[in-house]
Design a protein around this ligand. Structure first.
Ligand code: FAD
Ligand code: NAD
Length: 367
């Protein structure tokens, strides 16, 4: 019996191997799991340090070594989706035989819970900064050539800056550079740029420093985190997105995914809570999308409207939700995603429970 247990333990723990040709080093990771994809593979190679992390559900497998010799700046990652094999192909700087892959670092060849793995940061360059509203900007950052990383739907990254001598870290949710209006094909991310829509607060510690970054400046960006799973949307018929202020950010990729990839989807409704009309993010794009795709509807609700605002007023409430959220048919499969200031999200969840929605029918985006 012991042997059987031993064998099964060996079977599920990932492992790695490496080999070389005259000018290449290939590191192979055997994940021993099906359904691998690019979002589950995070590779960084800088200053001779190679770090390859594989995300396997709530676990993470890590290969982390100080390479024996120098390699060139870029590398390739090949993912055998069905067989679960991941290859990292490095180019040698000199055509010399390596005796070893390198010096193992402390967490090398470990398979532990993701929550136990500290955040890893790499330096990204600010490429552009565009105004979205009077206080919100779209920042575009570029990953180094030596990084392979894609941010999955519903996940956030952490930005880190030293402010007045202290390290400050805040989470932000990557989105697309615009709302794709032609929803035939999912918008393809290039794997190089990360877009963040960030509200600059006049007394905000982090956002003030961020606003002072110049094009070309570096900032540390972490690997993605978050507990949203694509499978939550996969069979959904009616999708409701409740967003307040910058709580809109996780909804963008979600909208793109739902409208292109979810075949049974009948309706998507974004209920977007803001203070004033000029706080509404991407209003024009949202209205254009609603015109283009009859499955999509957007409703703006203002808590501090001008007198001439003809739309809905107020904050999130049970009455408002029951009025604004209608199923396309009786017993349709529903998912409600909610994101905004903590009190908004907490109250929203409570009201939804009161209205009879189950835990499985809701997802709250939080830290
Ligand atoms: P702070 O110095 O913390 O203060 C910001 C402003 O809010 C100030 O005016 C302050 O007076 C006030 N304030 C501070 N704390 C409170 C409070 N508890 N209640 C009321 N007012 C308060 N933001 C984005 O713009 N875009 C995103 O994509 C985004 N994604 C996020 C993802 C996650 C998972 C989480 C948890 C947050 C996200 N945020 C996002 C918010 C972001 O992390 C920062 O909190 C925000 O940028 C403010 O940081 P700051 O240091 O500039 O502000
Ligand atoms: P804001 O202050 O402009 O408020 C927008 C709307 O939120 C208001 O009009 C109101 O309808 C609602 N609201 C605000 N405070 C409320 C309260 N106490 N109770 C009920 N409703 C309330 O919003 P903002 O400055 O854009 O802030 C957005 C918030 O979303 C931030 O707190 C940010 O941390 C959070 N956020 C979280 C995530 C995440 O967890 N994944 C992602 C993005 C943003």
């Amino acid at each position: 019996e012991r042997e059987v247990l031993g064998a099964s333990a060996r079977d599920t723990t990932p492992s790695y191997d490496w080999f070389q040709t005259d000018d290449m080093i290939t590191v192979v990771i055997y994940t021993k799991q099906k359904g691998m994809n690019a979002e589950l593979v995070i590779v960084d190679c800088q200053d001779r340090r190679l770090r390859g992390e594989i995300i396997l559900d709530d676990h993470s497998y890590l290969v982390e070594v100080d390479l024996d010799r120098e390699v060139q700046g870029d590398f390739a990652v090949n993912i055998g989706e069905k067989v679960g094999k991941v290859e990292i192909i490095l180019k040698k700087k000199d055509r010399i035989q390596w005796k070893v892959l390198g010096l193992p670092l402390e967490s090398h060849n470990t398979f532990i819970r993701r929550t136990e793995r500290g955040l890893f940061y790499r330096k990204c360059k600010l490429v552009s900064k565009t105004e979205v509203t009077h206080d919100t900007k779209l920042f575009c950052f570029m990953l180094p050539k030596s990084t392979h990383l894609q941010v999955p739907i519903g996940q956030h990254v952490y930005l880190k800056q030293i402010i007045a001598g202290t390290e400050v870290v805040k989470p932000y949710t990557p989105l697309l550079p615009f709302l794709p209006l032609d929803f035939k094909e999912p918008f393809c991310q290039d794997g190089v740029h990360i877009y963040l829509m960030i509200k600059i607060y006049s007394c905000g510690l982090f956002t003030q420093a961020l606003d002072h970054l110049q094009i070309g400046d570096d900032i540390s960006v972490s690997s993605p985190e978050g507990n949203f799973k694509k499978s939550q949307v996969e069979a959904v018929e009616d999708l409701f997105l409740l967003a307040a202020g910058t709580g809109f950010t996780p909804m963008v990729k979600l909208l793109n995914f739902a409208l292109t990839k979810v075949d049974c989807l009948r309706t998507v409704k974004l209920i977007f809570f803001n203070k004033k009309e000029d706080d509404i993010l991407w209003r024009n794009q949202l209205e254009q999308l609603a015109l283009r795709d009859e499955r999509f509807e957007v409703q703006f609700i203002l808590s501090e409207p001008a007198e001439d605002w003809v739309g809905k007023r107020g904050k999130i409430s049970s009455a408002l939700l029951s009025e604004c959220m209608k199923r396309s048919k009786k017993d349709s499969k529903v998912l409600i995603c909610i994101c905004g200031p903590t009190p908004f999200t907490e109250q929203g969840i409570q009201y939804l429970q009161d209205l009879g929605y189950s835990q499985e029918e809701m997802h709250a985006f939080t830290a």
